[in-house]
Write a protein that binds this ligand. Structure first.
Ligand code: S3P
Length: 174
């Protein structure tokens, strides 16, 4: 069973995923960490030295490997994974695609002091966020099997909503 979390940078995919996996006794994989381990390089370095396109290819390779695994997995994706059609098709192999839907103002606030995202470096961070947000919103909306509106929820509350999805679908199958 693979449960995949999608959503914009700062939507909480990694924190929610880690906790959710722990509560379900599933294995947790953060795709960015997986790519760093696979390549022995930092995401920042890959973007700086090789550019976004090369990173996207690595992301597709990682996604294809991870979605081919057996076992029980919670997978936290990178926010840009939905931008490639190939990735969107791969993502559909997940049993659950949970979209952590977060408003743009919340994202701007959460990422205010964050220097780690290569796509948000330099001037006008809010403008960059707004641009990517508008570009990607419809793609997230068209891909999910389940959605959580996270704006007013804590990480723990989001985890509980996700657990509720699983319980509901299991009881429906019984
Ligand atoms: C990206 C999001 C990042 C990381 C990379 C690109 C994006 O992951 O994959 O910096 O294009 O939105 P997070 O969503 O975990 O920040």
């Amino acid at each position: 069973m693979i449960l995949t979390l999608i959503g914009f940078m700062g939507s909480g995919k990694s924190s929610v995923g880690r906790l959710l996996a722990e509560e379900l006794s599933f294995t947790f994989v953060d795709m960015d960490d997986f790519i760093e381990e696979m390549t022995g390089r930092k995401i920042r370095e890959i973007f700086r030295e090789d550019g976004e396109e090369v990173f996207r290819k690595m992301e597709t390779k990682a996604l294809s490997t991870l979605l081919g695994l057996d076992g029980s997995l919670v997978l936290a994706t990178g926010g840009g994974v939905v931008t490639r059609e190939e990735n969107r098709n791969l993502l559909k192999k997940s049993d659950y695609i949970i979209y952590l839907r977060t408003g743009m103002e919340t994202i701007k606030n959460r990422l205010k002091n964050d220097d780690s995202r290569p796509l948000l470096q330099g001037e006008n961070r809010d403008g960059k966020i707004a641009h990517l947000f508008d570009e990607r919103l419809a793609t997230y909306e068209n891909l999910f099997t389940h959605v959580v509106d996270t704006d007013s929820l804590s990480v723990l509350e989001v985890v509980e909503v996700c657990r509720g999805f699983l319980q509901k679908s299991f009881s429906r199958r019984l």
